[in-house]
Write a new protein. Structure first.
Length: 460
């Protein structure tokens, strides 16, 4: 059949409060033009993030009822640990309350001031946690990964030549680990090939450098490999994921993505001495080693979710629904990162709004207009999120790309919701030349996009 249906039935519904344009105009102004400051009740379609916003299955809710809340040695942790090890193969599993906690513990135990941590592309919390240690977060994605309109099956790949040159230049002692993000979120949700994962692993091991995966969307990456890479079409998504992890020394994971849960994460490794340090830090700031800041019921939900996310009828639907959104807006002339990614569609705001320079944040202007036009909440991934302001001169260094991400929560919206999103974006496309830039009136040193305040340029 040509039509791919949602591989689930809906048992519970949540009402959406409908709003009008003038009401949203006032709401947006009160939020200082930062969509993180909106109340969710004021949002019609929430595509801000796919992190923790998915709908859990009946089996996950059953697991929640089984959750054991013992402080130490809970059987819920044993089931969680078994599920993680069954996919990753790592010897040690440390639960955390979400992915950024795993990142903080990893970088705090491995990095020091003056180090460099290469990645295909660091996402926001990853970069911030690296830089908080005094180390430098360096992006080494292949050139095609910085070209939104270029077609390439694995635009998330690491540039192996650039990585090798960095190691030769810096020296192994200045590179505490190499990280690879699958899929590459900041680069348009683009996958990484198995060939590239293997090549990074071989280089890392030849130089005795630990190699970690940022595995938030490991299942989506595995399914892309199945669809696009020679030699993997006959393998299951689970088998492909297991091979991916076999090349790494550890991973960080936000279970709020491909764990299909609303909270949680984990840190994995094979080095017992390093894990001991990490567990001690976990106990200090997160909780005991068998709950890590999570309730037992959360551990149960993640254990079930890690199995369900590898069901290929789900993965086929997931990638198809994202592709549907991308192809429909692209056919209307909206420039997007090509090809469509796994969890989100990324609009190329700089190409769509060439009259707004990066210093006036075209991506932020677009996310505001999408909310104003249709109540859609999205997120800027450009110079607000990844740009830098010189504290002395106030001069902005722009990001490599000015993108707007439309992240699809898992198992939440139907095709009619997505059709509405398409219509809103098409309407915005018709009057795109009328959009104006924004100025930042308040920001913080780290992760400024979460709390920054903006003003329209005509009011500054």
């Amino acid at each position: 059949m040509r039509t791919i249906i949602e591989p689930f039935r809906i048992k519970t519904v949540e009402p959406i409060r409908m709003t009008g344009r003038e009401e949203r105009r006032a709401i947006l102004a009160r939020a200082d033009y930062n969509l993180f400051a909106l109340q969710s009740d004021d949002v019609l379609i929430d595509l801000l993030t796919d992190s923790g916003t998915g709908a859990m299955s009946s089996n996950q809710w059953s697991g929640i009822m089984r959750g054991d809340e013992s402080y130490a040695g809970s059987p819920s942790f044993a089931r969680f640990e078994t599920a993680v090890k069954g996919i990753t193969g790592f010897e040690y599993v440390i639960p955390t309350h979400q992915g950024r906690a795993a990142e903080r513990i990893l970088f705090a135990t491995l990095c020091k001031s003056g180090d460099t941590v290469p990645n295909n592309t660091h996402f926001d919390t990853t970069r911030a946690n690296v830089e908080f240690t005094g180390a430098r977060a360096l992006d080494l994605v292949i050139p095609e990964g910085r070209q939104p309109q270029t077609q390439h099956p694995f635009k998330g790949n690491m540039d192996i030549g650039a990585l090798e040159a960095l190691i030769d230049q810096q020296g192994r002692e200045k590179i505490p680990l190499i990280m690879l993000t699958v899929t590459n979120n900041s680069g348009g949700g683009q996958p990484v090939s198995m060939e590239n994962i293997r090549a990074v692993s071989q280089l890392a091991r030849s130089r005795d450098i630990p190699f970690y995966l940022d595995a938030c969307r490991f299942a989506e990456n595995a399914y892309f490999i199945k669809l696009r890479e020679d030699g993997y079409g006959h393998k299951s998504a689970r088998e492909i994921a297991q091979e991916m992890f076999s090349y790494a020394d550890g991973c960080t994971m936000s279970a709020k993505k491909d764990g299909l849960a609303n909270i949680g994460g984990f840190l994995c490794a094979n080095d017992p001495a390093l894990v001991q340090q990490q567990k001690e830090l976990l106990i200090l700031t997160e909780g005991f080693t068998t709950y890590g800041g999570l309730a037992g019921r959360d551990l149960e939900a993640i254990a079930v979710g890690l199995d369900e996310v590898l069901h290929e009828d789900y993965l086929n639907y997931r990638l198809a629904s994202t592709r549907y959104l991308g192809e429909h807006i692209a056919s209307a002339g909206v420039p997007i990162v090509q090809p469509p990614g796994g969890h989100a569609i990324y609009i190329d705001a700089q190409a769509m709004l060439p009259h707004i320079p990066p210093a006036q944040f075209p991506g932020q202007a677009l996310v505001c207009e999408l909310y104003l036009a249709g109540g859609i909440r999205s997120v800027e991934i450009g110079s607000v999120m990844f740009g830098r302001r010189d504290p002395d001169t106030g001069e902005e260094t722009p990001a490599d790309m000015e993108l707007v991400r439309l992240a699809l929560p898992r198992r939440v919206y139907t095709q009619s919701h997505i059709d509405y999103v398409v219509e809103v974006i098409q309407d915005v496309q018709q009057h795109k030349d009328d959009l104006q830039g924004l100025a930042i009136t308040y920001q913080t040193p780290y992760l400024r996009h979460f709390t920054a305040k903006f003003a329209q340029l005509d009011s500054v």
